[in-house]
Design a protein around this ligand. Structure first.
Ligand SMILES: NC(=O)c1ccc[n+]([C@@H]2O[C@H](COP(=O)([O-])OP(=O)(O)OC[C@H]3O[C@@H](n4cnc5c(N)ncnc54)[C@H](OP(=O)(O)O)[C@@H]3O)[C@@H](O)[C@H]2O)c1
Length: 246
């Protein structure tokens, strides 16, 4: 996949390079002949096993580490593409809730820290390093279940609410970003249901044809990013390019 809409020799940064979708983004971008460098960030060290790869470390819950990451990824010049591929759905303190009786402050705290506040802090430290010339994109992986308009099933309260908050942040950031560069976009993306550690406990009801590999999802998402025009900034798009209402 070649990103034709970005400047030749474009530079990209992926936050969450250790994740299923994040790792597939890094591989796909490194394979794009028009891409000059891919900064690949994770909590643990990322191996620089491809020539274009520039590893860096950060933790969404440690703002100084995001500040250091911003310095690292911008040292050779501005970025054309920033992808936030981090996120959490379940861990020891967070279990997707089936009823309001299961709501817990610890789960909300965890979901909001990782899914909303962390990406906002990445934007805080990185948007100033997005190219002010030509098309430039800041995209964060959100989820269809974060759409308030689309919520007919209920459940998954903390995850849904944290992704809805992320969607609002994306819209708010997009307004400010447009003042800086009218060709820049700030968008949220829904990757589809993707076979990763995040979705594995919840795949039972998913038809095999509806379950993407991370590589398939990333191919779709990069096509969507490539096709986006500045008038579409501040919105949520699914893997097939369809807009999902907030
Ligand atoms: N998979 C799906 O079906 C699906 C569907 C809709 C939306 N999404 C969204 O897509 C995104 C990526 O999901 P995925 O399926 O690729 O999940 P994943 O394989 O579990 O990857 C999650 C990534 O988030 C990182 N992360 C979590 N907490 C972090 C922190 N405090 N600091 C830095 N990094 C942190 C993880 O890093 P570590 O390796 O260090 O833990 C990992 O790189 C998420 O936002 C998710 O909500 C996924």
């Amino acid at each position: 996949m070649t990103l034709e809409s970005l400047s030749g020799g474009y530079r990209a940064a992926v936050f969450g390079a250790s994740g299923g979708i994040g790792a597939a983004f890094v591989s796909a971008l490194a394979a794009d002949p028009r891409c000059a460098a891919v900064y690949a960030g994770a909590r643990a060290a990322v191996r620089a096993d491809l020539p274009k790869l520039r590893p860096f470390q950060f933790d969404l819950e440690d703002e100084p580490s995001i500040d250091r990451a911003a310095v690292e990824v911008s040292k050779d010049g501005p970025l054309d593409l920033i992808l936030v591929a981090t996120g959490i759905l379940h861990d020891a303190s967070l279990r997707p809730e089936k009823t309001w009786r299961s709501l817990s402050p610890a789960a909300f705290d965890r979901a909001f820290r990782v899914n909303a506040i962390g990406p906002a802090l990445i934007a805080k430290h990185l948007l100033g390093h997005l190219s002010v010339r030509d098309k430039a994109v800041f995209a964060a992986l959100s989820a269809r279940v974060g759409s308030i308009a689309d919520n007919r099933l209920g459940g998954w309260h903390a995850y849904r609410a944290s992704k809805a908050a992320l969607n609002m942040l994306i819209r708010t950031l997009s307004v400010e970003l447009a003042v800086r560069n009218k060709s820049a976009l700030c968008v949220a993306l829904h990757p589809g249901t993707v076979d990763t550690a995040l979705s594995r406990p919840f795949q039972a009801g998913v038809a095999p044809a509806s379950l993407f590999t991370a590589a398939q999802s990333v191919l779709h998402l990069l096509r969507v990013i490539d096709g986006l025009v500045p008038a579409q900034t501040g919105r949520l798009f699914a893997w097939d390019g369809a807009e999902i209402p907030f």
